[in-house]
Design a protein around this ligand. Sequence first.
Ligand code: BES
Ligand code: MN
Ligand code: ZN
Length: 498
Amino acid sequence: MEIKQITGDINKTEADAIILGVFEDDETNDIEKDLDKALGGTIAALRKSKEIKGKSSELTVIHTLGKIKSAKAAVLGLGKKKDFDATKLRSAMADACRCLQRKNNLKLALTLPDTGLTTYEVARVVAEAAYLGGYSFRKHLTKAADYGDLKCMTVIFKEKIEKSSFEMGAKRGEIVAQATILARDLANEPSNHMTPEDLADAAHQVARESGLKIEILERRDMEKLGMGGLLGVSQASKDINPPKLIMMRYKGREGEGWDLALVGKGLTFDSGGVSIKPSEKMEEMKFDMSGGAATIAAMGAIGKLKLDINVIAAVPATENMPDGAAFKPGDVLKMFTGKTVEVISTDAEGRLILADALGYINKEKPKVIVDMATLTGACVIALGNITTAAITNNQPLMDKVIKAGTSAGERIWQLPAYDEYRDQYKSDYADIKNVGGRPAGTITAGLFLSEFIGDTPWVHLDIAGTAWGDKDKGHLTKGGSGVPVATLVNLAEMLAQE
Ligand code: BES
Ligand code: MN
Ligand code: ZN
């Protein structure tokens, strides 16, 4: 897809449709007036009859019948001017692109009223919307799609703008959107096509494309290192789909040390194991590797953007299956750090594999760690699929992560992490146990992870609700969402600028 800009008159622009952004509470912009005039007063009439209100994502398609060069004018509501920001633009534009994508090689143009956003922001957000709005996962469908693809998106500016700002924004948007799409593709793949080995292969390809170092730790390496958590969870699959610990490294600055460590849960299918899950909706547990997918994809984007930062990443990848060889409730596992864990439920497996990955990456003494995981059903109950839950041991880092999320349009809500909650996972048979009961399930799961990282500043993101959506809305589409790729890239960018 081509994202470009021109300065000039909308009536001269050639496109299948020109999108005209309008505010709900501000009809005074010149561009709207010009287009309305060219269309013989249609827009004003529709405004008057309240068919065009300007509400967010409202799209009114007007056939121009030769009055202007492009065949359609699509009036896109942007909501109230005072509420407008980059997130609103991304969302409305993604909805508009999805609606208009009825034919192949579609060319769209966009013109906006005065939004207060910089040229860079407009370009970045429009690029993200153009790529993400029309996404769908069709890999295993043999039937052709009944909608087309977007070939070109032109942003029309009234006045001359700084071309390089636009190009930088568009490039940035494109890289992040493509990384998000990769994370979506990986998550949407069913587990028979996305085994730990497949996930490692995908990481290899990312590493090749983005110039990252990659290393895959095999089962025997895990045995040598004493990774009882990852080994325990993967025990039932060891001969069929053995576990992998995917390690990726990006060096963007001179000198040693890691400025950021990313750890993502790569559970390629979570049946619950011996503590087996109910079968209803079990198919959705193919997306239990979304944290790992986001980690791999974000590493690729960070490499492509050549950010001035050193980042290390770990993705523990395994299935969680029942089998004669499976680990069982009551088992005691010795983790990489030496801590012992009593298994209460084999379905609380995410924290076991993450514990080893966190302990292992912490040996490299990263300045900060961010982990992301579809960790608890409790998180979905608490926050639905709108908001990611977060836990931290370091408030300044948490504040940065939330800020990075806000500008990515990915909402994050911090939960308390008081030490009192730790009592819930005390065990009589081991140092700790892997379940802290039903109350505050997301918090105790997060605190469990903190047992393996010492004092390193850390944020845990529970993406159990946000990694997956059940409808197309804004830049989010049905299935894997790619959350929190954009947050991670923003965060890396913020840390690189420190
Ligand atoms: N992968 C699940 C969490 C999950 C559930 C994600 C639903 C998305 C939707 C995780 O491994 C799990 O099974 N957690 C258990 C923990 C419990 C046994 C303490 C849960 O939340 O039920
Ligand atoms: Mn589970
Ligand atoms: Zn799981």
